[in-house]
Design a protein around this ligand. Structure first.
Ligand code: 5GP
Length: 236
């Protein structure tokens, strides 16, 4: 599959056209950003690591019946994926309190929640991805009420599957962000990636961080951390 025109150059990925109208190529870059792009660096090999990790997770979710955009892996950085219109929503689940939730509410860090918190943010860098609710999303025509319900239902299923998956690696799934898109036929698919860039993962015994917080907070080596996550997956 030949890479066509560059359609989108994002913070951590690029998207290219293919010779098929309904298929595109998603390419993983080595860039890491935090704080809405304020902090930016490059880590040789990060794209390959996230691509591999996300591929294993998407395969696991597909086997469990989750519909995703992934068609096939092309090489160590590129996936062939179904073309979707991404909902401009960051869909977030929190299982343990930390991050922006604690900053916003004053809630103590590290509380294990009885039920997952489902949140959405409006994906908009200019406004700092503000937290919104269902009514806002519908009023702003970011999705319909039916699409919101489907996204929430799928996200809760994905959370249950991911929590179990990471627990088998001795990692707690603290929280994560996912994105959904819609095909030309109206099918809603899980899109983007699931990796230590988009999840918070804490070691079950030590609470050591195995995710992008090591970069956000300058508390460790990002590449060694992501390699350690992949090593746990490959040992499974
Ligand atoms: P928080 O809202 O606490 O900053 O983040 C909640 C979860 O969503 C974390 O797992 C974080 O990694 C993920 N997340 C939030 N915003 C983004 C984003 O813009 N990009 C990525 N990759 N993940 C995000």
């Amino acid at each position: 599959m030949e890479k066509g025109k560059l359609l989108y150059d994002g913070k951590a990925k690029q998207v290219y056209a293919t010779d098929k109208e309904d298929e595109i190529i998603m390419h993983y870059k080595d860039d890491a950003t935090a704080g809405n792009g304020v902090k930016h660096d490059q880590f040789a090999g990060k794209g390959v690591l996230n691509h591999t990790i996300s591929g294993i997770i998407f395969d696991m979710l597909t086997e469990a019946g989750i519909k995703t955009h992934l068609i096939k892996k092309l090489d160590d950085r590129d996936d062939l994926v179904k073309k979707v219109k991404i909902f401009p929503l960051e869909v977030i689940i929190r299982n343990i309190t930390t991050g922006s939730f604690c900053k916003r509410t004053g809630c103590p860090e590290g509380l294990v929640l009885d039920e997952p918190i489902f949140e959405i943010s409006y994906k908009n860098d200019e406004y700092g991805d503000p937290l919104i609710n269902e009514d806002h999303a519908v009023a702003m025509k970011l999705c319909t009420r039916e699409e919101y319900a489907k996204i929430k239902e799928e996200t809760l299923k994905i959370n249950a599957l991911l929590k179990e998956f990471f627990l088998s690696l001795n990692l707690k799934l603290v929280d994560f962000k996912i994105e959904f898109g819609k095909t030309a036929d109206g099918e809603i698919l899980l899109a983007d990636e699931i990796s230590p860039d988009s999840c918070r993962l804490w070691d079950v015994n030590t609470n050591q961080k195995y995710d992008k917080d090591v970069f956000r907070q300058d508390i460790g080596d990002l590449i060694e951390t992501y390699k350690a996550v992949l090593a746990r997956m490959e040992k499974k």
